[in-house]
Ligand binder design. Structure first.
Ligand SMILES: Nc1ncnc2c1ncn2[C@@H]1O[C@H](COP(=O)(O)OP(=O)(O)OP(=O)(O)O)[C@@H](O)[C@H]1O
Length: 255
């Protein structure tokens, strides 16, 4: 589904990501971990074209998508959430999802202007689809609440709901469990498994919560100082001395 070959991002004197490669199969849940500043978010930014790579190639479903615009990436089926929540805080939960569905809209300007039946029908379809997503995410109860009034953990779930509204094939989640309590993050783990089946998703996620990553991801990659230092199952990663020393080294630096 996704293949990146030797992606590199150079910022003046710093290589934020160096020769990152990955191959992700359809339906897989893949984890990307590493100490603070290892290059995880930059990797997401490269894969979604938010940041232009210095070198390297990205293929999605066999097509070379290197350097295409972020909106084209979304239209092709790659969507993401952000580490710092990006919601329309003054809009309701339903409106937040509804706006995200607009990428899949099936009506033209004239039908909107004249409120033609085709527009009204399409609008109803998108509302129903948004409600279905909210129900799956356990957020239906909050559909009329302003996003800013949702508890933090629920705002994170709303971010995922917005990404789902774009009908992604590949979903990139940047620290989905950040700020969640252990019960919430356990529930989120189950929910992500359910979403993969229900929406036929392939998932790549960044997460600092090791229990979350180890339990959820079939394969895990580890970055340190922009370089891929390990790749394997949770068991292999847990016992990899290079991974342990990368984390301990950063801890000793106070990172
Ligand atoms: N726009 C930029 N200009 C210069 N340096 C940058 C820029 N963006 C990121 N960096 C640097 O690139 C490195 C990787 O940053 P990145 O945010 O990708 O790490 P990360 O693994 O996601 O970290 P964290 O776990 O703290 O979110 C860091 O040293 C960071 O300071």
């Amino acid at each position: 589904m996704l293949e990146a070959k030797e992606l590199t991002k150079q910022y003046k004197g710093l290589r934020a990501v160096a020769d990152y490669s990955v191959r992700i199969k359809q339906g897989e849940i893949r984890g990307l971990i590493g100490p603070n500043g290892a290059g995880k978010t930059t990797t997401f930014n490269l894969l979604t074209s938010l940041v232009k790579s210095t070198s390297g190639t990205i293929y999605f479903e066999g097509k070379d998508i290197t350097g295409i615009r972020p909106d084209q990436i979304a239209e092709m089926g790659i969507c993401r959430t952000f580490q710092n929540i990006r919601l329309f805080k003054n809009l309701t939960v339903l409106e937040n999802v509804l706006i995200a569905t607009q990428i899949n809209k099936n009506y033209n300007f004239l039908s909107v202007l004249l409120s033609l039946p085709s527009f009204l029908k399409e609008e109803k379809r998108l509302i129903n689809y948004s409600l279905e997503i909210l129900e799956t995410m356990g957020l239906l109860y909050a559909k009329d609440i302003k996003a800013r009034n949702l508890p933090y953990g629920q705002q994170r779930k709303l971010e995922i709901a917005r990404a789902l509204a774009v009908k992604p094939k590949l979903l990139l989640l940047d620290e989905p469990a950040a700020g969640m309590n252990p019960k919430e993050s356990l529930e989120l783990m189950e929910l992500i498994r359910l979403l993969r089946g229900k929406f036929k998703l392939t998932i790549l996620l960044i997460e600092h919560d090791m229990k979350f990553v180890m339990n959820l991801c079939e394969q895990i990659q580890v970055l340190s100082y922009g370089m891929l230092i390990a790749e394997g199952t949770a068991e292999e990663i847990r016992n990899n001395p290079e991974v342990i020393s990368a984390y301990l080294g950063r801890a000793a630096e106070g990172a």
